[in-house]
Design a protein around this ligand. Sequence first.
Ligand SMILES: C[S@@+](CC[C@H](N)C(=O)[O-])C[C@H]1O[C@@H](n2cnc3c(N)ncnc32)[C@H](O)[C@@H]1O
Length: 294
Amino acid sequence: MENNNWTHIPVMGMKIAETLLLKKDGAYIDGTLGLGGHTKYFLSLLGPAARVLGFDKDINALRMAVKNVNDARLAAFNKSYEFIPQVLGELGLPGVDGVLLDLGVSSYQLDDGRRGFSFQSEGPLDMRFDTGAKLTARDIVNDYSVRELEKIFTDYGEEPSAAKIALAVFNARRVKPLETTADLAAVINRATPRRGKTHPATRVFQALRIAVNDELGTIERSLKFLPDILNAGGRAAVLTFHSLEDRIIKNIFKQLAADGKIKLVNKHVIEPCFEEVQNNRRSRSAKLRVIEKI
Ligand SMILES: C[S@@+](CC[C@H](N)C(=O)[O-])C[C@H]1O[C@@H](n2cnc3c(N)ncnc32)[C@H](O)[C@@H]1O
């Protein structure tokens, strides 16, 4: 597993591979396939009889991943990772040896203005991972009450000026509905002064994305079934990029450990090394937690 050329390796790829891939010909799940970066790397280390089941809600990402990985040991599913137990049932597979969840949005999605994830690229206020889903960020921004908006900005964005921004959105949409990422970023900019290095829209955009995709609800529902889908000695690794998610993961893993269902492989959260952060900015806020089925 020695490989020093990790600039081509996805976030904490080597560390995850080392911790997760304990069986060379095991069955693994990549619950957030993205463009297949982790899976491609894992398959380069695994044996000929290994298999990876890859899940992604985003059909475009999934298609690109299949092309990028280009390996018959990968089976791809355009489904949320919360449906892993059902898919395993349909495949008649009682358990797997490892699961990876690399949570959040990919740079591929962030950089595509048409998806509406980023205030840095103009596009429609969309933010759906699953482009067939009903609820968009536009619906939330234009239809939710000021109180609901404030709650979303506070709970999912930890935004100190949530009330002020919610009111500014309400006042702006009375004149004209907010249609684009630029419309929303302009309202946020006018409502809040810039504090430090973070753009005031960062937290609000994160909050809306979490709400549109019910990200925290999905995590909570899914982490609880991990012990049921892992073979004895199998491991699950969860990679997060903000404290909100990491707190939820930490608490659920603690509870599963207290219930005697799993053990924590790392007592403390694992973070990328200085060198990786220097070479890959996306890794700078990464936090990794790993559990093992008893
Ligand atoms: C950070 S990216 C993963 C990148 C991937 N590990 C790689 O190396 O290319 C997260 C991916 O998870 C997907 N995603 C988000 N929520 C999901 C869910 N509930 N189920 C399945 N995929 C999801 C997103 O569409 C996105 O493609």
